[in-house]
Every structure is written in C-alpha cells, then in structure tokens.
Design a protein around this ligand. Sequence first.
Ligand code: ADP
Ligand code: MG
Length: 662
Amino acid sequence: MDKLSKVKGIGPKSELLLNKIGIYTIDDLVTHFPFRYDVLERTDIRTIDDPNQKIVIDGKVESVPLIIRFKGGLNKLNFRLYTTYGSVGVSIFGRAFLKKNLPVGENIIVIGKYDKSKNILNASDIRFGDLSCKKIEPVYHLTSGITSKNLHTFINLGLLTYGKEVYDYIPDYLLDKYDYSNKKTCLNIIHNPDNLTKLEEVKERLKYEELFVFMSKINYLKTLNKKNIGIERKIDLKILDKLYKLIPFTLTEDQDKVLKEIIDDLNAPKMMNRLLQGDVGSGKTIVSIAAMYFNKLSGYQSALMAPTEILATQHYNNIKKLIGEKLEVRLLIGSLSKKEKLKIYEELETGLVDIVIGTHALIQEDVKYFNLGLVVTDEQHRFGVNQRANLKNKGITPDVLYMSATPIPRTFALTIYGDMDISIIKEMPKGRLPVKTLVKSDEEIPEVLDLMYKELQEKHQIYVIAPLIEGDEESELTSVNDLRDKMNLAFGTKYKIEVLHGKMPNNLKDDIMFKFKENKINILISTTVIEVGVDVPNASMMVIFDANRFGLSTLHQLRGRVGRSDKQSYCILISDSDTKRLEIMESTNDGFKISEEDFKLRGSGDLFGTKQSGDMEFKIASIRKDYDLLLKAREDSLEYLEDEKYDKDKLKQELLSEILDS
Ligand code: ADP
Ligand code: MG
C-alpha cells in the first residue's frame, strides 16, 4: 500500500495528524468516508419569523466590511449582503481576519439566524460560493489540529495520486450486472457529491464492494476447510464421566448438547470448525475444558487462546484446579522469562504438555507442537477473519473450536460465520438470579455508596468502572484515578481498594486480578479491560460511572462479570443523560434483545461490542443495515470463487495472501 508521503501536499506534520485517525496509506485516506453530509440549501428568509431558527442564505457582498473591536480581543464584522430576497445586514463575531477575503461583489454563503425585525443576519459561519443549486458538504471524523475542510483537501489530493492504481475488487461482470460505476468515479463522488440520488447509488456500490471482499474471504475459508482432512478419533463420550466427578456442578442441558456436537466433530474424520455461542455467564469455559480433556484422552495436545493475558491466566488457574493433577497444563504468556518459555516450547515439541494456554501468540509465533489436535479460541469476536485461517497454515490441521459471547441473531451468525458450524448455549446455569440493574443520577451517588457498603458488609466484592484512566481538564468524564481517591475516602479505612487498567504492566495486572479472585481486594476500580470473560463469582455488584459513554452491548458484557453465583447481584449505571437508553438495561438481561435495541437506537453501532477486531469493522457497510446487500454479496462471491472462468488472481493476491500470511 502506498505511503501518504507520496501525496503531493501532505508533509510530515500532516502525515502525523492523519496517523492519529488511523490513516496511514493513500488507500486509508481516500476510503476515510464522510460520516454524514451537510446539505446547504437556500432558505427563503422572508418566511422566517423565529429569530432562533437556523438559516442558510447566499448573496453578494454589498458594502466594505467594518471591523468593530471590543475589550479582551473580541471582534465583530459588519457588512451588507445583497440576496435574492433583497439587501440584509450581516454580523459575525471573531472573523475580523476574513475582511480581506470579502471584497464588494464576492459571492458568499452565510449560515446563521435571521432577525426579521432588524433585517439582520447573525452569522455563525461564512463560506464562499453560491447556492444556485444545493450544496452537499461532507463531514468527517476528525482529530484536533485538523479541520473537516483540511481533511477534505487532503483526500482530494489523495484521489489525484491514487487515480492510476485504484483497485476494484468487484469483478467486471458484476459491475456490469449491477450497472455500478467504476471505483475511481465513486470515490470522487462520495467525497464531492453534487447530487443526493447519485450519492446514494455510489454509497451502495462501495458498501457492496466491502461486503463482497468480506464474504469472499469467508467463502474462500469455507472451500479451504472442505479440503481439510482432520483427525479421526474413536472414543466414547462416556470417558468424560471421570471429568464430571471433578466438576462441582452438573452441566446444563444446553452444555450437554453442545458438548455432544463437539465430541461428534472430534470423532469424525473431517476437521472441526465450530463456533460455540453463548451469552456471558452461560458456561462456555467448562465445555471447552471437557473438549480438551477428551482430546487428551484420545492422545492429542490442545491449545487454548484467550484475547488477553488476564483471561489466559484465569483459564489456566481454573484448569489447573480442575484437572491439573491428571494433565500437564502450561501457561505461556509474555511475562515469563526466556528460560521458562524455552522450557515450555520444548515440552510442547516433545509432547510432554497436554494443554497450553496463552494469547494468540500460541499460534502466531514459531511454537512447534508434538501433535496439536485441538485449538480453542475464547472470545472469538476479538479475533478476526484473518486469524481464522491462521491455524491451518502450520502444516497441521487441528480441530478448531471458537467461543463467542456476542449475542447476534442466528441468521447473521450463519452469514458472517458462514465458514463454521454453530452451536448455541441458550440456557443459563440453574439457580442464577438475574442481575438487578438500576440507573442512577450523579445526585444519587450517596445512595449508591450506601448500596455498596451493604454489599461489602456481606463480604461481597465490587467492580467499579470508569471510562478513563486519568482525568484531564477538558473532559468531564470520571477517571479510574479520581474514583480511587473517592472510594478510598469512603471505604478505604475498612476495605482494600485497587485499580486495574490497560496501561499497567501485565504482571501487575495479573497480580491484581489474582488478588481480586482470592478475595484479597474488596473493590476493584477498572476501565473496560475487565470487560471480557473475567470470572469472580463472589463479586456481586458492578457500579459503572458515566454509563452513557458505553454502548449497550458493552454494558451487557460488563454486567456479565456479576451474577455468576446464586447470590443476588446488582449493576448500577450512573449517568445524568441518555437515561432512556440505559433503562433498556434495567428491563432485560437478554443479550440478544439488548443488541437489537442497541441497533435500533444507534444504527449499526455497537452490534458486536466496541472491541471488535479490525477486519470485522466496516468502513461504510453495516452488517445489520445492509443485510440484504450482504446476502447478495455472499451469493455473488460464492459464484465468483467457484466458477473457473473468472480470473481471481488479483483477489487472491490482495486478500487471500493477507489471510494466508498473517
Ligand atoms: P462464559 O460463558 O461467559 O465464558 P463461564 O464459562 O465463565 O461463562 O461460566 C460462568 C460461571 O458459571 C463460572 O463460574 C462457571 O464455573 C459457572 N458454571 C458453568 N456451568 C455451570 C453449571 N452447569 N452450573 C453451575 N455453574 C456453572
Ligand atoms: Mg468466557
């Protein structure tokens, strides 16, 4: 991909700014799509009676602008403007610098409010040009130091440079079929539209391309999987009875059912490629442990990959406790010394180790296995499509089990996980009381502290969540560090309070998590790093500050950290705004319903929680909103991949190599 520095007009300084919003290549730049458009259309100001209504009007500067200066550096510019509706006075604050650009006769557009009684426009913005026809202005996501206009200029420069090598992933025959314009034209239009109908057409085409690429990857994986001959085992399910004796509970019917599906796959000669879906707290972990235990008894090694080291450590401790005496279990994480790591590598290669647990480095680095038979990835939504293929490129074809707590409806799951079989756990372990959720305002915080105190007296533990690690002056958001001080004031004399966040070194994080699990910490104040998977059944309350800052799906994942025992648990959402949305959390504990509601309220938004992996995040398409288009792209990409007559070189080169090499 071409570097930004190749674009004439983008220097090193601008490049750094663009990097801040995730733009590194020319391709990133020209596909940084506007998130909305401002449509400027001339208002008939004669009909405006409300002096607070926003209006847009164009005209010619009629008099030389007069600068009025006030104390404290404030200034005001006054001039007359000749419009279609006659001459009006214009007044704007803080734009004295514009005077030289406003000679008499200049065509300008004024945005502001119109005071009919005084025939004055109180302007908030002035642009150049006229509104003889509607003007459509793109609005972009920005970072400080860069304006929408600057960014727009950069993008247009990028388009000039990009011109020659724009690669269109939609094959020609499909472009013809749908009468889609060529890509370069589309990119030009989406950044510089002059017609709303055409804009919609172009957007659809760009969405289609994105979905086509996505579905091609998935469909290609599917064809790869079909060819994969896996390990055939011939072991009876009964062998697991030994394991059941070690578990302090009986499996739910759903857990039994999905485990049976997994064991059938393991026994079958084809390679398993299965997604295990189940809401937070539904008990997926034990199912995977049973699968790994079964795998060991059939003579193979297992690897369990978690998205974070905290989670990996937690799984390790659980597994160690359950079956550590019967099996050789190892934890492979970054904080180990080189020597310790080398030892584990060796034990994996010689076949001494039965189960190894770690992050996805387990597969990415040059770890050699004696006979890896099963790979489990926890919290699949944090890994991307590219990683799905990864496992199959080490000259081994282990069976693969993906686990995900993402509550997406089955039809969607079938499409976006189309290369996998799906098992679902619907039912929660028995005896669980639904978490009670309460929305509270800032004013009610003293009441919340009372509730916290009651839980602490019961010897229960509490999570407190804030959106930021450290506060800054500009932001009114609560930070973890603020809360530490406040919580210490309130409870510090009697209770142990600790802080956890993503910027801490891993060994410190693990240490704190471990202490919390051991009930040596009463209140854990954290950012969303604890969002995924952490399991401390004695924690019965979660208090989330500035709850309005989080998507409902994220809140649901967070809330899933409590309610993991037979105790009544509570989730308290503190917010002064957006309470209607938050009240949905009060009304249901069902992850599927919440993601639906989230969708209705926020558009495509947070369907998968915020920490979606890169390649499931779309730049312009939305799996939900553009579902029909996604289905179309699925069909088309299947046909395209299967039919010999289509040349797939470019697609393979660009996409599949990405899958195969990553
Ligand atoms: P998740 O599906 O979110 O990963 P976990 O596997 O962490 O959920 O399980 C949540 C909690 O429920 C754990 O403490 C686990 O030990 C417990 N659990 C799992 N299955 C059962 C069951 N059948 N009966 C009772 N408790 C269970
Ligand atoms: Mg889990």
